[in-house]
Ligand binder design. Structure first.
Ligand code: NAP
Length: 206
């Protein structure tokens, strides 16, 4: 497929670009060339850039896969639904992060007292992370979220459950941004067959 990549020079984009080409796709710089004539688009940019990129994609009727976090998902959903274009957002494309969220949702049924600690690189603009917010949404009891931003980190999260005389910790560590590649490739293949509007979460993909 011909893929418009918004954020091609960023920390994630610069990993995705050669990975998409290796997977047989043709990649164009979304910011320079725009999405017109592409089969699908990917956005790993900044929270304040997503809306304009989504507008350009739905105007060109190009389905969009969004990895950027911290934007208003409701606005993009209405935009895409109105235009009849499918879009997809995952707060975390790492396969293990999806499992962490699923396990945390299950553990919360047994241990209602929990807190989330999310740790990311100091270059990350939004806090709490999209992954932490999505984890909390899936657990009962609105767990508090603690955000840490430091150089040297990539993306890490602990969900800590406190019980009587015991503590359960579920932890996921992204040790390389290549962890996001398989999830993005899967979403690129799936997005065109999703319903119009914004679908959220890797576990919603066929
Ligand atoms: P980054 O290194 O800061 O890269 C962002 C890139 O976007 C930069 O190259 C920037 O270019 C470019 N950019 C900014 N505005 C743009 C626009 N309007 N159109 C096109 N490109 C634009 O950030 P990152 O670490 O790659 O992360 C990007 C986003 O993905 C963040 O929101 C992060 O939280 C999120 N993320 C999500 C996942 C996930 O699994 N969902 C995983 C990792 C990161 P200039 O510097 O030239 O402006």
């Amino acid at each position: 497929m011909r893929v418009a990549l918004f954020g091609i020079g960023g920390q994630v984009g610069s990993i995705l670009d050669p990975a998409l080409v290796a997977a047989g796709h043709e990649v164009v710089d979304g910011r320079k060339q725009g999405p017109v004539g592409c089969d699908v688009a990917v956005d790993f940019t900044q929270p304040n850039a997503v809306l304009d990129n989504a507008r350009a994609c739905v105007a060109a009727r190009v389905p969009l896969v969004i990895g950027t976090t911290g934007f208003d998902t409701g606005v993009v959903d209405v935009l895409a639904r109105t235009a009849g274009v499918p879009c997809f957002f995952a707060p975390n494309f790492a396969l293990g992060a999806g499992l962490m969220m699923r396990f945390a949702e299950e553990a919360a049924r047994t241990f209602p007292r929990a807190q989330i600690v999310e740790l990311h690189a100091d270059t990350k603009l939004d806090a709490p992370s999209g992954t932490a917010k999505e984890t909390a949404r899936r657990m009962a009891n609105d767990p508090p979220i603690h955000s840490i931003r430091l150089p040297g980190l990539i993306a890490h999260q602990e969900v800590i459950f406190g019980g009587t005389g015991e503590v359960l910790t579920i932890r996921h560590d992204t040790t390389s941004r290549e962890a996001f590649v398989p999830g993005v490739l899967h979403a690129l293949e799936a997005v065109r067959n999703l319903p119009a509007g914004l679908t959220i979460g890797l576990d919603q993909l066929p």
